[in-house]
Design a binder for this molecule. Structure first.
Ligand SMILES: [Zn+2]
Ligand SMILES: [Zn+2]
Length: 270
């Protein structure tokens, strides 16, 4: 009997995972769990409320296939109303924040000077883009052309998730900072410059090692890896915010962060 040379594609793990159905609900749960006794507890709890609103908007079926560059605005107004914050911004000023947020997500600009309004804008953009990417993935999974860029929207990754279970155990997927699409990238390669052999891992003492900084001596950059098997429910955005002390340690070693977190404000950055 001749055995097939390769696994049928139905068995091989998918290379691209669309934004998960409960993406923002899961993040809210994780933020609330991590906030207990955390120095940033109030900020994390507020972000959990933001994530709850994001989930409601994400679940609502779009009446038309909205273009995210226009769909975000109604979501921003809804977020402001739900969280009792004034939307009070001129359109031009808001548009400047959108432009900056998209450039930050793409890794083209630093996140300095971001404030709470930027986080609200980013939260609306995340929902608009996650919905657009989910629709896109439902038609056909996009090809991965640049390992450091989201195959759906072209943004940078917030970090890498080392998966547990579902036939994907141990595989690493990067998660898009903007739309939360995940794409497979082999481990032990720097996901910023593709170098091999110069990658090292730094974690925090006194933890299970669920969050590790993957540093690269070739490009002196790093991203964080999040290990599902060590912390079920781990979420790249929430767990990144909860481990900013790791960024301080890795920064002191001379490495520069290569992964934008759109829910981070300048004042909270360690
Ligand atoms: Zn994306
Ligand atoms: Zn590198």
């Amino acid at each position: 009997m001749n055995l097939p040379q390769t696994l049928p594609s139905s068995i091989a793990p998918p290379r691209v995972l669309p934004p998960a159905d409960r993406l923002f609900a899961r993040r809210a749960e994780r933020l609330r769990k991590l906030s207990a006794g955390h120095p940033m507890a109030r900020w994390m709890e507020w972000l959990a409320s933001v994530s709850d609103c994001q989930q409601k908007m994400f679940e609502r079926a779009p009446e038309v296939q909205a273009e995210p560059l226009t769909a975000w605005r109604a979501m921003y107004d809804e977020l402001c109303a739900a969280l009792d914050r004034p939307a009070g911004n001129e359109d031009a000023a808001l548009q400047a924040r959108v432009d900056h947020c998209l450039a930050f997500a793409a890794g083209r600009e630093a996140g300095e000077g971001r404030d709470q309004t930027d986080v609200m804008v980013a939260a609306a953009l995340q929902v608009a883009w996650a919905r657009a990417s989910r629709q896109r993935c439902a038609q056909a999974l996009p090809a991965i052309t640049h390992r450091e860029q989201c195959p759906c929207c072209g943004s940078a990754a917030i970090g890498g998730v080392v998966m547990a279970g579902d036939g994907r155990g141990g595989l690493r997927y990067l998660e898009c900072a903007l739309c939360a699409t995940r794409w497979h990238v082999v481990r032990a390669h720097c996901s910023l410059c593709d170098s091999t052999g110069e990658v090292a891992y730094l974690g925090l003492e006194g933890t299970a090692g669920e969050v590790q900084a993957e540093t690269c001596a070739a490009c002196t950059g790093y991203i964080k890896l999040f290990f599902e098997a060590r912390a079920p429910g781990i979420d790249p955005v929430a767990d990144d915010l909860a481990t900013l002390v790791l960024d301080v340690l890795v920064g002191e070693e001379g490495f520069a962060r290569g992964a934008p977190n759109l829910l981070l404000v300048a004042g909270e950055a360690v």
